[in-house]
Ligand binder design. Structure first.
Ligand SMILES: [Zn+2]
Length: 504
């Protein structure tokens, strides 16, 4: 007779990246302890009938901005993670462009304190910038899981790292096997264009796209892929938006560069045709592009060039999103709560299978951030990070029901079919029957303790900044040529040429 477990969930269709099977799932002390036949389950304190529902690993969102510390009128860890819980997201990775930015130990401590109110598990991306290079290892030691480099400018006015700093940062992180998220747009191209557009009096919504052409993305991806390939650093391309830059990634992956790629529902489902009406609500970086980009992004997901779905959850107040001048509308909008419903709707429309969705939303991010196999799958021994979804439920996205402080989104009113109805993080409900479980506030934990990145594969270690600074021993300390240097050097060369062991 086995001991009583916390929960057994019966009757659901259990989905992995490879299969869907009807099975019962037993959960005890935060872990999945059995997956199998109903009659084989141990006795449970609570038995849950999930007939008609699908049971998925909770989504892992590689890209959220919870604005905390610094911008509590936009979002906090409590509200942002509540949105995640209600959206079926059980782990988030949070971005460093807060105030203060997560580039010092003190700033990290402030963020870790704020994250104590999280409903869901989390990783923290530290800041890779010119002035944080010397602290990257200290930040790792102190708890960041990964880094972010804002190669393209965005909210928070963080200067893009110089190419030199990026190379140095990659050299250091390659030795630790740590992955860096890159916002890959070319800042100088965008700065010049924006200045010219403003000078010409353009402040319409499309001016934002005109300032950030696809070539800015192609160039920046090419550059960071080059540096990653040279150093052996792992990188992750944030919010991939353009069809034109996919070839760079396809080639990089073929050569074995460890680059993972995310796109977001807005790049798959929205385009400039929606911009005329939605205007500043749709202002986001990189921009949402012409209709011709949507389909190739779907294809790239199916092909594996794009690995995963993230949201770039980036809330701002309604006032900040609805200004007259596009340049004054803040960039980004909330997304962590709506991602799953939007994608399940596409599953219902036949754009992807549920198994595809599980690979993109859970398996791929779990692997990228080194938290697989504890997270991202439904199997004995894994964390009980679970979402129950109702694929038949039809409704419309209603921004008044968002948990975010910023209740304004371009998705408001969109018809959806499919919704998360319960979310569990390490065996505890954080959302049930569509309602946030308030008492689960603070249940979220950093995934740092369970992170296990694959073996580091640094390359060209003999030419890193650290290596070259240490080398040169034994050479004369002066750069002035030696007395009679020219005669001596040519004599040496002539003698070598006439020596009996000459290769000729
Ligand atoms: Zn972002």
């Amino acid at each position: 007779m086995s001991a009583e477990v916390d929960y057994v969930i019966d009757g659901a269709q259990v989905v992995s990246g490879q299969a869907i099977i009807e099975a019962s799932v037993a959960i005890d002390q935060g872990l999945i302890v059995a997956v199998g036949l109903r009659e084989a389950m141990p006795p449970a304190r609570e038995r849950i009938d999930a007939s008609g529902l699908h049971l998925l690993p909770g989504a892992i969102d590689s890209h959220v901005h919870f604005r905390d510390p610094g911008y509590p009128h936009k979002e906090t860890w409590a509200t942002g993670s509540a949105a995640a819980a209600c959206g079926g997201v059980t782990t988030v990775f949070e971005m460093p462009n807060t105030n203060p930015p997560t580039g010092t130990i003190e700033a990290l401590r402030i963020k870790q304190k704020a994250a104590e109110s999280s409903f869901v598990d989390f990783g923290i991306h530290g800041l890779l910038g010119d002035d944080t290079i010397d602290r990257l290892e200290d930040l790792l030691e102190a708890g960041v899981t990964s880094f972010k480099a804002f190669v393209g400018n965005t909210f928070g006015n963080l200067p893009a790292p110089s190419d030199g700093a990026l190379l140095e940062g990659f050299e250091i992180l390659a030795r630790h096997g740590i992955r860096t998220v890159v916002h890959a747009e070319n800042s100088s191209i965008m700065a010049r264009r924006e200045a010219q557009l403003k000078a010409a009096g353009r402040h319409d919504p499309l001016a934002h796209l005109d300032a950030r052409p696809a070539v800015a993305e192609i160039e920046a991806i090419g550059r960071v892929v080059t540096l990653a390939e040279w150093t052996g650093a792992r990188i992750h391309i944030a919010h991939h938006s353009a069809a034109d830059s996919l070839f760079v990634l396809r080639e990089a992956k073929r050569r074995g560069v460890d680059v993972t790629v995310e796109t977001c529902p807005q790049y798959l489902l929205l385009n400039t045709e929606h911009m005329r009406l939605l205007a500043g609500l749709m202002r986001v970086n990189p921009p949402i592009r012409e209709p011709r980009h949507n389909e190739p992004l779907w294809q790239a997901l199916h092909e594996g060039v794009i690995d995963m779905i993230a949201t770039d959850h980036a809330p701002h107040s309604p006032e900040e999103k609805t200004r007259e001048d596009i340049w004054r509308c803040d960039c980004g909008f909330p997304g962590v709560q709506t991602q799953m419903s939007l994608m399940l709707t596409e599953v219902n429309r036949g754009r992807a299978s549920l198994m595809d969705y599980v690979r993109w939303s859970a398996e791929a991010p779990a692997r990228a951030w080194g938290i697989w196999p504890l997270k991202g799958r439904i199997a004995p021994g894994a964390h009980a990070d679970i979402v129950l979804v109702d694929l038949t439920r039809e409704s419309r996205i209603d921004q008044r029901r968002l948990q975010s402080i910023s209740r304004i989104t371009p998705w408001h009113g969109r018809r959806i079919q499919g919704a998360p109805v319960a979310t569990m993080v390490r065996g505890r409900f954080v959302m049930r029957e569509g309602e946030l479980v308030e008492s689960a506030r603070g249940w979220g934990r950093s995934v740092k303790a369970i992170q296990n990145m694959p073996t580091p594969r640094p390359r060209h270690v003999e030419t890193t900044s650290r290596a070259i600074v240490a080398s040169g021993a034994g050479w004369p300390m002066t750069a002035r040529p030696a007395e009679g240097a020219q005669e001596q050097v040519w004599d040496l060369i002539d003698r070598a040429r006439h020596a009996p062991h000459s290769t000729e």
